[in-house]
Design a protein around this ligand. Structure first.
Ligand SMILES: CC(C)(COP(=O)(O)OP(=O)(O)OC[C@H]1O[C@@H](n2cnc3c(N)ncnc32)[C@H](O)[C@@H]1OP(=O)(O)O)[C@@H](O)C(=O)NCCC(=O)NCCS
Length: 176
């Protein structure tokens, strides 16, 4: 059974969840920007990843290849945002995305975030993790920089969803 209370604790099927390290940057770039090229995520640069590497958790295989990632970035006092959530297409549906978000929710507790926000097109995925739709406008001042840089700024098709980390976490599902 996957344990996410401590991000470093890992587990089954040759997959480990841990905080990102400098050696992961190339894998993170390839994973995130692969989805960014299809308009599914905002692109990242090596510099932006290095600057916020401490926000990232990764799922890696036995060789250290990055199979999935997610970042928890401060958005304002008491508010964190899930960013750059991605799982390699060939590993989709194994529970890695869910496990990464649960790891971030556990981390949010420790970092003192009362709320965790996600801007997403995957509403049912986040609902299953205890997030609920909220008004994007409530966070607009905090999101201003990112939204201005986004090509979909004027035609945003993402739903703002928020979760209180203090709520009980959904049980992680075993990898398959
Ligand atoms: C969203 C994403 C991270 C999910 O990762 P994942 O590891 O495949 O997700 P999980 O295996 O944990 O699946 C969780 C649930 O989502 C469902 N799911 C997985 N992929 C899905 C897909 N492409 N479409 C619809 N539902 C999907 C699973 O069936 C599962 O449901 P269940 O728990 O009821 O069985 C992954 O699809 C991805 O990287 N997408 C592209 C980038 C993106 O959209 N990121 C999110 C930005 S907020």
């Amino acid at each position: 059974m996957l344990q996410v209370r401590e991000v470093a604790v890992v587990d089954t099927a040759d997959v480990a969840l841990r905080k990102a390290a400098p050696a992961d940057v190339a894998g993170l770039l390839a994973l995130i920007n692969g989805y960014a090229s299809r308009g599914q995520l905002l692109p990242r640069t090596a510099e932006s990843l290095q600057a916020r590497l401490g926000d990232f958790s990764v799922a890696v295989d036995g060789s250290g290849a990055v199979l999935g990632c997610a970042a928890l970035t401060p958005l304002g006092p008491g508010v964190g945002e899930v960013r750059s959530l991605a799982v390699a297409p060939e590993h989709a549906g194994r529970g890695l995305g869910r496990a990464l978000v649960i790891a971030l929710l556990n981390e949010a507790d420790g970092r003192g975030f009362q709320q965790v926000l996600a801007l997403t097109r995957r509403v049912s995925f986040f609902e299953a993790l205890g997030f609920a739709p909220t008004r994007r406008e409530n966070y607009l001042d905090k999101l201003m920089v990112d939204c201005q840089a986004c090509p979909k700024n004027l035609c945003c098709d993402e739903t703002a969803m928020v979760r209180s980390p203090a709520r009980p976490k959904p049980a992680p599902k075993e990898f398959v």
